[in-house]
Design a protein around this ligand. Structure first.
Ligand code: FE2
Length: 259
């Protein structure tokens, strides 16, 4: 299991707010700051998913995931451009869409989207660290993202909308009509959605790998501690079987005299 320290969580939050200040300007920046101030307490702590084997189901996971997607999207855009891919959008548009593709995971205006799973069985057997908050009206994460941005009067360009709407690619059934087109005129005219989907997928898989590595480390720790216990048990039993009075005296001194 991986976790973030308080220092890492706060530093990620500062990084995210810094990107907002550096990327946007004017009225849009003001409105974004109003929304981020409003959600600060919940957004800083929100996880990126509910199940530990998905990605970043931990305190601070949401912001860490968003930072990954923003960073990877910018790097992938350069790779596409270098290799002749058409880039018909600005960095601001790319970052805006990357930053808000999972905004719905923060919840509605008053309640968290994910709440801690209280059932021990579900935590142990299904790896559910968080569960969906049943008090919320059902909405897809993307629909809620668009609703929240609208609520705070944050405008977006058509390409920003398409980018954040399609970041989940074909993992979201509702995206099929955009991505499986039988008419050439309906093919996506911009690569922004493909780049964002790649960035999100890359982030998700790298976050999964991190979780696996954390599990391996935990396994090694458990193995070492089991070996230590086995060794201690063997040594103790040797002491007890021993005819050596010195050994017995030493055992009594360490563990108290047997009654
Ligand atoms: Fe995501």
């Amino acid at each position: 299991m991986i976790t973030l320290t308080e220092k890492e969580i706060l530093s990620n939050w500062e990084k995210l707010r810094g990107i907002i200040t550096d990327t946007f300007e004017g009225e849009r920046l003001e409105k974004l700051n109003t929304m981020y101030d409003y959600f600060e307490e919940r957004m800083v702590l929100a996880p990126a998913s509910g199940k530990e084997h998905f990605h970043y189901a931990m305190v601070g996971g949401y912001v860490a995931h968003v930072l990954h997607v923003v960073g990877f999207a910018v790097q992938l855009k350069d790779l596409w451009e270098k290799n002749g891919g058409k880039i018909d959008f600005t960095d601001e548009e790319l970052i805006f869409a990357a930053m808000h593709h999972d905004l719905g995971k923060v919840g509605d205006l008053h309640n968290d989207y994910y709440v801690p799973q209280e059932s021990d069985w579900h935590r142990k057997n299904k790896g559910e660290i968080y569960t969906h908050n049943g008090d919320l009206n059902y909405m897809t994460v993307t629909d809620r993202a668009v609703f929240l941005l609208g609520h705070f009067n944050i405008p977006m360009s058509e390409l920003e909308y398409l980018g954040l709407r399609l970041t989940d690619g074909l993992y979201e059934q509702g995206n099929e009509s955009y991505l499986k087109s039988y008419f050439p005129q309906n093919n996506l005219k911009s690569n922004i959605a493909y780049i964002l989907h790649q960035a999100d997928m890359m982030a998700t898989h790298i976050e999964f790998d991190e979780w696996m590595k954390g599990n391996e480390k935990d396994k090694v720790k458990v193995k070492k501690s089991v070996e230590k216990i086995k060794k201690a048990t063997e040594t103790t039993s040797k002491f007890l079987k021993s005819d050596n009075d010195n050994a017995k005296d030493l055992f009594d001194e360490l563990f108290g005299k047997k009654q």
